[in-house]
Design a protein around this ligand. Sequence first.
Ligand code: NAG
Ligand code: NAG
Ligand code: NAG
Ligand code: NAG
Ligand code: NAG
Ligand code: NAG
Length: 868
Amino acid sequence: MASAQNISVRVGVVLDMDEYGEMTLNCLSMALSDFYATHNHYTTRLVLISRDSKGDIIGAAAAALDLVKNVQVQAIIGPTFSVQANFLISLGHKAQVPIITFSATSPSLTSIRSPYFIRTTLNDSSQVNAIGAIVHAYGWREVVLIYEDNEFGEAVIPFFTDALEQVNARVPYRSIISPLATDDQIVVELYKLMTMQTRVFIVHMLNPLASRLFTKAKEVGLMSEEYVWIVTDAITNELNSMNRSVIESMLGVIGVKPYVPRTKEVNTFEMRYKRRFQTTLDLDIFGLWAYDSAVALAMAAEEARLTNPKYWEANISRNSIDLEAFGVSDSGEKLIQALSRITFKGLAGNFKLVDGQLQAPPYQIINMVGPGARNIGYWTQDNGIARGLNFTNGNKKTYTTSKSNLGSTIWPGDTSTSPKGWVIPTNGNKLRVGVPIKAGFTEFVHVTWNSDNSTKVEGYCIDVFDAVMAALPYGVPYEYIPFATSDDKMAGSYNDLVYQVYLENYDAVAGDVTIVANRSQYIDFTLPYTESGVSMVVPIQDDKNRNAWVFLKPLTWELWLTSFCSFVFIGFLIWILEHRINEDFRGPFWYQVGMIFWFAFSTMVFAHKEKVVSNLARFVLIIWFLVVLILTQSYTASLASMLTVQKLQPTVTDVNVLIRNKAYVGSMEGSFVYELLIKMKFDESQILVYNSPEQMDELLSKGSGNGGIAAAFHETPYIKLFLAKYCSKYMMVGPTNKANGFGFVFPVGSPLVTDVSRAILNVTEGPKMLEIERKWLGDKTECPDSSNLLSPKNLGLASFWGLFLIVGIAGIAAFIIDLIRFLRENWSVIERSDPEFTIWNKTLELLQRFNNKDLKSPTFKNIHNLLR
Ligand SMILES: *[C@@H]1O[C@H](CO)[C@@H](O)[C@H](O)[C@H]1NC(C)=O
Ligand SMILES: *[C@@H]1O[C@H](CO)[C@@H](O)[C@H](O)[C@H]1NC(C)=O
Ligand SMILES: *[C@@H]1O[C@H](CO)[C@@H](O)[C@H](O)[C@H]1NC(C)=O
Ligand SMILES: *[C@@H]1O[C@H](CO)[C@@H](O)[C@H](O)[C@H]1NC(C)=O
Ligand SMILES: *[C@@H]1O[C@H](CO)[C@@H](O)[C@H](O)[C@H]1NC(C)=O
Ligand SMILES: *[C@@H]1O[C@H](CO)[C@@H](O)[C@H](O)[C@H]1NC(C)=O
């Protein structure tokens, strides 16, 4: 195998040859010597030819051009920075020379889409989801991005905004800092950040600028409580080379960092490296990636079986300039193909290229504590945030971003309570809460001025606001500021008051502000804290004039008629069944008719004295008594309820009646109910306004047509309050319309809205709310509710026809049995075949017998015996 000569493959290296560049170059050369020491049989040998890119774009371009044109290298490793990479990638593409970078991380480089560009490092966009997961875990909703004003800083921003969008976080501001900015410019920008309400900053910049930023931030006071700083791997990868003082100023910062397990190989490599180059400079992850890149390229060169790598001469036209005069490498394509197949376990983890890029390992989440960084958790693409990387039950892949999976964290200001991510942007420190000044219904909000110019604000809405703010998970200091003119009157309408929040004169409004669409265009409402709805108040009247005939009311006329007919039917039936055998049912014609009716109706109160002797009649009567009992009991119950309840009746129950009758109605001054009434087709002239409960009472007592109103419309909470005072005179009808209740007002997009809304739910569901309601709005239980005042329904035939059917069937059956018995007894009459004796005569004879006493009946036996 020891062939005649080694094939040398020339590899250019374009790096900024500062201390750091030297370090990576050393890693490259150590990688090759390590590699060929163990792979001595390889026929190819990489030869590194390095050029200094002198820290700028031109330097890198010139170095690369020189390598391609004059040295005719087969591959180029470098450049150091993303900004230098664009020209190199294009050059590599044209000359078909692979460009392998282990440190240019900008995701925008991918967009050049050159097959000859290989990235053996991670692009910056692979970490954005890890940072998004952290933002989500702590529930921060607004994030300010701070980044370097160049290709490296900008390229990752679209990926950041996408990732933050996914976790419902907004980017209200992006702070762009030039790498050439003076310290003063940085301080000005930091003061600007200080005035904003967002307190979560994501920093994406390279070491020199980042060091200055954090030093200044510490000086200005942005590294204190309530601030959150998240840094990308551009900073976390460089922590080793940062100044100790910078590291100290970064206390409480959290960041993400690609996770490279500290294996035995890494440790021994670092030891050998330090011994060989007599340095104390720590290796960073780029050194490991450089090492792996060189190994991968060496393996690829062997695998590509390069025999005599050379350049084809360029077709130089006569008037082309020197810059274009380079050839095309014949081995570039083979090298690229070989590289894409290479996989091995390198120092920085598994080396495997997909689409020319290294695959992202898990990210480590670190927290800067004191002099160093501490690991507080991990993030992986599949599992999200986890405390460790021990996923034994591998098929259970659930993406979670739970704060509890992170270890304890120190935040800026050396505190361990996690910041809420925003503060109220106030000039003073307190939230300025505007309150209305009310003429009527002061139970909701009441402002009184003390002699020393201070104000006292109290009321239902104020108590609720206090309770809600106390229920927030964090403390918010606030003060009430009345919306008043100099003479202590309300300085405008409710709409004006709400608009003050939009104008930033107030930070919030607490008061009886109804949630309506119009207002929500300027501000954000919290969830409502009162019940909602617009109802109508009407006077109640005593229902006297109907009382004389109220006894007829319980039954419908059909039922009355049916009952009457049934009585007559029963009376007649009993007479049929009884009159032949019972002395009580005998006598002159009119006596018998009287008996029929008397007997029937006296059963109604079970007052009949006549004895019934036939079994059939007894059977019918028993059933009938049952029916009568049910009927009278139902009647009594219904009448009783009518007499007791029906006394108080609302004068009006239907809004449409008011509209049709053109009655006057009332609405509170300045309330949205006015517009609602107009929408309901009330005429403007029909609506009178009032501004206090007293005036409302006055108008209502006058009545429509006498300068007053027939009904007053208002929101349910006000009406309940009104009725607590005037319970005996008025009644609430409705709600007639939907409304959304009262809410607190905050500026659009204020982070307080969701938290306060949550707190409102907490408070309104708890016992505290009842207490506040009882204190201010009184006990509403004494007042009758209009809903159970609806007149009781009278009883109809529908509920009773079954009873009548049973009685009817029993009665008719009894009649038929009686008839058959009668005919059988008198069969001789029907059978008589006397031609004189016509059917007519037969009928007369039967009727005659029917009218007579049945002397065989046991009831007459004794009498006859006596007579005999
Ligand atoms: C190839 O190069 C290696 C080291 O550079 C050397 O040890 C080896 O002898 C060379 N082989 C030949 C055949 O020159
Ligand atoms: C040079 O030109 C010839 C003919 O025009 C073409 O076949 C060849 O591929 C060209 N070489 C390069 C390197 O462009
Ligand atoms: C960045 O890298 C990740 C994987 O490491 C990859 O999925 C993604 O497409 C890359 N993005 C760009 C713009 O190159
Ligand atoms: C990983 O999980 C297995 C099984 O649950 C356990 O035995 C092992 O100790 C864990 N390893 C670490 C480092 O937590
Ligand atoms: C009360 O406030 C008014 C206006 O804010 C001011 O003009 C007045 O001097 C104050 N009076 C006292 C006693 O502070
Ligand atoms: C909102 O209400 C105000 C005052 O009533 C009015 O001037 C404005 O036109 C309304 N806006 C809309 C969009 O209805």
